[in-house]
Design a protein around this ligand. Structure first.
Ligand SMILES: *Cc1c(COP(=O)(O)O)cnc(C)c1O
Length: 394
């Protein structure tokens, strides 16, 4: 029941539905590892690929299949593979794109575990890697070597919401026949469409906005069918990063309300960013959608809306940042994001603690930097919470 012409809000409610003979309204949870065959001949045909149907849930499962198809309808991708976590999606997308002796160019502003794969894991297997300032096109161009096969980036970045020009990076990659993988978690599939901008593969941590209610981990890789068949199919069968059917069902339910949540959270985040920018206790606010965003022109070109996240710097460094976080009542201290609950994190001591001081400074993460993920609470309550906490911290 995948219809490519549906608008996102319709695709997210109906896309990919596989209804059983019972005609259930809500998607069924197929909690099964395996499948039985009518006959030995049927088992043989299914293994040969001559008969459609499921074989084993490490390969495919009907509930997981519905989630993958619904994500394809939303993203406008030909095919998808769901994974047990966002990192399973990122690692599979990256590792299946290269082999020993290849070279990877990546933006340096990355989610911590993504940076570990590029900086530590890939070189261990003989894959050369170079980190660049993703916002500088000459750095991407100059990093290219004869063996460059893959570009990787995240936009907006974590936590300073830097925006990379995806079309420009894709054009450099296409000129040398390299592929571009984009981690689109911060933008969400509603605000930014990397495939339309020329990227080849999109990855998500579905743990974030797609679940959006803090319940389960999940991930997904989207690309063209040929690349997935050729590069991911066997890897998934034999290494087993599969998503649990129960989690796939939770994520399917999350997709139904994704546009409502992202729209509301983005609107609230925009209001909070504007309010913080006027506050004397705050020295810097970074928000895609504000005119003073460092890449405001690219935001206007490649994103349909702002972000559900706000990056801010408190005057008074770590002490002020901790005091503010501790004084908040509604906003909770947590490193998750995209959740119905507003969450605040101090990147320097948590998500980005493994970087050197120098690497953190390069990314614009200071001792007073905080990342605020805006939830579904009433925005006036959130502003009052911030106002009270800023006064208490002063
Ligand atoms: C959270 C996150 C990941 C990893 O996802 P998990 O579901 O936690 O494994 C990867 N990239 C970005 C940008 C993230 O925010």
């Amino acid at each position: 029941m995948a219809n490519r012409n549906w608008r996102p809000q319709t695709a997210l409610v109906h896309g990919g539905t596989l209804r059983s003979h019972h005609g259930e309204t809500s998607e069924a949870i197929y909690l099964t590892q395996g499948y039985v065959y009518e006959s030995a001949e049927s088992a043989e045909a299914r293994f040969k690929g001559d008969e459609p149907g499921f074989i084993y849930s490490r390969y495919a499962n009907p509930t997981v299949d519905m989630f993958e198809k619904r994500m394809c309808a939303l993203e406008g991708a030909e095919d998808a593979r769901a994974t047990a976590s966002g990192m399973a999606a990122v690692s599979a997308a990256l590792l299946c794109s290269v082999k020993a002796g290849d070279h990877v160019v990546s933006a340096r502003a990355l989610f911590g575990s993504c940076r570990w794969i590029i900086e530590t894991l890939m070189p261990k297997y003989g894959i050369e890697t170079t980190l660049v300032d993703g916002t500088k096109m000459d750095q991407w161009q100059n990093a290219v070597r004869p063996n460059t096969r893959l570009f990787f980036l995240e936009s907006p970045t974590n936590p300073t919401l830097e925006v990379v020009d995806i079309a420009a990076v894709a054009s450099i990659a296409n000129s040398i026949g390299a592929r571009v993988v984009v981690d689109n978690v911060f933008a969400t599939p509603l605000q930014q469409k990397p495939l339309e901008l020329g990227a080849h593969v999109v990855v998500y941590s579905a743990t974030k906005h797609i679940d959006g209610q803090g319940r389960c981990l999940g991930g997904v890789i989207l690309s063209d069918k040929e690349w997935i068949d050729k590069n991911l199919h066997d890897y998934f069968r034999h290494t087993g990063p599969s998503l649990s059917p129960f989690n796939a069902w939770t994520l399917l339910k999350g997709l139904e309300t994704l546009p409502l949540r992202v729209r509301q959270q983005t609107e609230s985040a925009g209001r909070i960013a504007d309010w913080l920018a006027e506050h004397s206790g705050i020295s810097r606010v970074i928000y895609p959608g504000r005119k003073d965003h460092p890449q405001a022109d690219i935001v206007a070109r490649q994103m349909k809306g702002g972000s559900t996240l706000v990056c801010l710097d408190t005057r008074g460094g770590k002490k002020a940042a901790f005091a503010l976080s501790n004084a908040l009542e509604i906003v909770k201290i947590s490193n998750n994001l995209g959740d119905a609950k507003s969450l605040i994190t101090h990147p320097a001591t948590t998500t980005h603690k493994n970087l050197t001081d120098e690497a953190r400074a390069e990314l614009g993460i200071g001792p007073g930097t905080l990342r605020l993920s805006v939830g579904l609470e009433d925005v006036d309550d959130l502003i009052e919470d911030l106002d009270r906490a800023l006064k208490a911290a002063a």
